[in-house]
Design a binder for this molecule. Structure first.
Ligand code: PLP
Length: 395
């Protein structure tokens, strides 16, 4: 036991020495807009995934409370035992309609959805080809499935094709984030779809950061790319980001959803989420898709931020999404920048390896419809005051 403790102490000290130690900050209060109280300080939150500003919406809160009045606090069991309520079922019908898929199946989290998809669909004889920068849950899902896994250069359909072309295998899958979680750029979905169909592979898109945000009326990155169910047989989305509540879903054909119900271990062997959350999510979806001004405002704020960052000469990625990273390189630089912003009243977490590749630690700034133009301008002023080593064209 003592030896175990010593080795954990050494591990923790090592993380600290490499500036990779992570600590949580406790939020003590949510305030209107994107403001939160943390450690006695009111901060503007510029690193949440609440892109449409719905997480604090009173109407969704009321739906949650009414859901509790009707259903109580818990689902009582897994979906296939006694946990699947009319609230869950109606949410799945809403999601199928919104995504234009035959059916949808809800999962407790996006992480579990991704594990569940590959546990159900892939095995030892199959091949999973995935973008190097895919979210950790997709990487883990592929590994756990036992399939052969090959990763391809970020955003490069030709590299994906080369990986598909070698060796023998059963089913094959091309797997990508729709909008990349740490870079904010969009996957080349048209190219990946063409490659997938040439090789008879299934294209799987995790649109956790695109659903509700981008595309026609928030339909996500597939709607932007004009791809439907036959092009992308497996669509995954999350509900805890732009939609502002909690949970995730997989959408696709009747057979896909039935297979997941039979075989997804993260669906079968876990308690269903509280039905009140499903009821609240239905209300959140109705608001998210009806209130188009949220996406319009968000686009305008993203544009404003990008113009400002370009003016400052800071290194960013090719992102039109609400995820607007500023690349800083070493973890220490990202930590220091994050700390300085904190002192100035802005909350922007430093993102370090292994969440992002070595040498690409960053500030992952996210813009939300809950921000005002002044909030964005004030953040840009604060970034200008930091010594981030940008080109600063005009000094
Ligand atoms: C691309 C992507 N997929 C899946 C997830 C996991 O979703 P959840 O937070 O619902 O587990 C995330 C982030 O959390 C993500 O960025």
């Amino acid at each position: 036991m003592q030896g175990t403790e010593i080795s954990l102490t050494a591990d923790l000290a090592d993380l600290e020495a490499r500036q990779l130690y992570r600590s949580r900050r406790v939020v003590s209060r949510r305030e209107p807009g994107a403001r939160v109280e943390v450690e006695g300080k009111t901060l503007l939150n510029f690193c949440s995934n609440d892109y449409l500003g719905l997480a604090g919406d009173r109407r969704i809160g009321v739906a949650l409370k009414e859901g509790v009045d009707r259903w109580g606090s818990g689902a009582t069991a897994a979906h296939l035992v006694t946990g699947h309520t009319a609230a869950h079922h109606a949410l799945e019908e809403d999601l199928a309609r919104i995504t234009g898929r035959d059916r949808a199946l809800t999962f407790s989290t996006g992480y579990m959805a991704n594990l569940g998809v590959f546990a159900a669909l892939a095995g030892r004889r199959d091949l999973i080809v995935e973008d190097r920068l895919n979210h950790a849950s997709l990487i883990d899902a592929a590994r756990l499935s036992g399939a052969q896994v090959r990763r391809f250069r970020h955003g490069d359909p030709a590299a994906a094709e080369a990986r598909l072309s070698t060796g023998t295998h059963g089913r094959s899958f091309v797997v990508t984030d729709g909008i990349f979680s740490m870079d904010g750029d969009m996957a080349p979905l048209g190219g990946l779809s063409a490659v997938s169909s040439r090789h008879g592979a299934w294209l799987v898109v995790d649109d956790a950061h695109g659903f509700g945000v981008t595309g026609n009326d928030g339909g996500g990155s597939l709607s932007l790319a004009g791809l439907g169910q036959s092009d992308v047989p497996v669509l995954i989305g999350t509900l805890g980001k732009a939609i502002g509540t909690f949970g995730a879903f997989v959408a696709g054909s009747e057979e896909l959803i039935e297979t997941l119900i039979q075989r997804s271990r993260t669906y079968l062997y876990t308690t269903a989420p509280p039905p009140a959350v499903a009821a609240a999510t239905r209300q959140a979806l109705a608001i998210a898709f009806a209130e188009t001004w949220r996406r319009d405002k968000l686009s305008e704020l993203i544009r404003r931020f990008r113009v400002g960052v370009e003016h400052l000469g800071l290194e960013t990625t090719d992102s039109d999404s609400p995820i607007q990273p500023i690349l800083l390189g070493e973890p220490g630089r990202a930590l220091q920048a994050s700390e300085s912003l904190f002192e100035k009243g802005f909350w922007v977490t430093a993102i370090r390896p292994p969440t992002v590749p070595e040498g690409s630690a960053r500030l992952r700034i996210t813009v939300s419809a809950a921000h005002a133009e002044d909030d964005v301008d004030n953040l840009l002023d604060a970034l200008a005051d930091l010594d981030l080593g940008g080109a600063r064209p005009d000094g």
